[in-house]
Design a protein around this ligand. Structure first.
Ligand code: NAP
Length: 267
């Protein structure tokens, strides 16, 4: 494909981008953004129907950018600890498709059901969340050098969240994983150098799953988000996708947490 040219807008032209968690929400919008930049995109998630739906929506939204093998999908259940190492290698291999990956982004997380209150957490629920949010990114990092050149033009971006810095009640386990991901990122930025490793930390973003979680409390949550933010509302996944784009494009940024939260920590 011809693609975009220019030293700014052409930065992702024909670059190979893997988005683990790209079948909905923030990850889906990153896939849209990457396709608009003429990248070669693979989205991964655990639910086959969601994956099919995401691929078909992306193809219908971007017909000229999704011809041939410009867009691929792959299934992986990050909670499957026993097979995680083999499955991660399969996903990386599929995305690389005989070539090398340029950018890996992980947005995947078990958003549904929402975290139980402290009194109701179980060892099993913590193991599952831990495997998805803590172990899986480390296993991706372990195998990444086989599928991505350690080059500062390439990047690995993880996802945390503002609740790691300002937890809501009953969010202690999730807050802990956000902190772990941010510290992990700093270690990986050193271990994988000069490959760049960063984190995006979103605030309240009105993705479909968040609407589902909020249910009848949605309007109240929007009102609270307005009061808690300096920009007058909750964020959109399209807006947060810009942060991931930036981290892919700026070959001088590494070891950084990019916060996109409407200023809620200052409000
Ligand atoms: N939305 C917010 O307000 C907000 C705020 C702060 C931080 N964040 C963080 O941003 C990220 C994305 O959030 P979102 O709102 O976009 O959520 P989302 O729409 O639910 O997206 C989550 C993605 O992860 C995938 N996923 C879930 N469990 C998986 C598993 N076991 N194995 C593989 N993939 C799995 C989902 O696909 P399948 O369901 O098919 O597996 C989906 O593609 C999360 O890390 C979240 O913690 C979000």
């Amino acid at each position: 494909m011809t693609g975009q040219t220019g030293k700014y807008v052409g930065r992702l032209n024909n670059k190979v981008v893997l988005i683990v968690g790209g079948t909905s929400g923030i990850g889906y919008c990153i896939a849209e953004a990457a396709l608009e930049h003429n990248a070669i995109v693979t989205v991964a998630g655990s639910n086959a129907l969601k994956l099919e739906r995401a691929l078909s929506q992306l193809k219908s939204s971007y017909p000229s950018q999704t011809t041939g093998s410009q867009l691929r999908g792959v299934l992986i259940d990050l909670a499957d600890a026993e097979n995680l190492e083999a499955n991660v290698q399969d996903v990386l291999r599929t995305a690389a498709d005989g070539d090398k990956i340029n950018h890996l982004i992980i947005t995947a997380a078990d958003m549904m059901p929402p975290p139980p209150p402290l009194a109701k957490i179980t060892v099993h629920s913590l193991e599952r969340t831990s495997t998805i949010r803590y172990t899986a990114p480390l296993i991706f990092a372990k195998y990444l050098p086989q599928f991505m050149d350690k080059d500062s033009g390439n990047s690995f971006t993880l996802t945390s969240g503002t609740h790691g810095h300002k937890p809501d009640p009953d969010w202690a386990p999730i807050a802990a994983y956000c902190g772990a991901v941010e510290s992990m990122m700093k270690g990986l930025a050193i271990d994988l150098k000069p490959l760049r490793v960063n984190v995006v930390s979103p605030g309240a973003i009105m993705t479909e799953v968040v609407r589902d979680i909020l249910g009848p409390h949605y309007d109240m949550a929007i009102q609270m988000a307005k009061e808690k933010s300096l920009v007058g509302g909750a964020g959109t996944p399209e807006s947060v996708a810009q942060a991931y784009l930036y981290l892919m494009k700026d070959s001088f940024i590494t070891g950084t947490v990019l916060e996109t939260n409407g200023g809620m920590l200052l409000a």
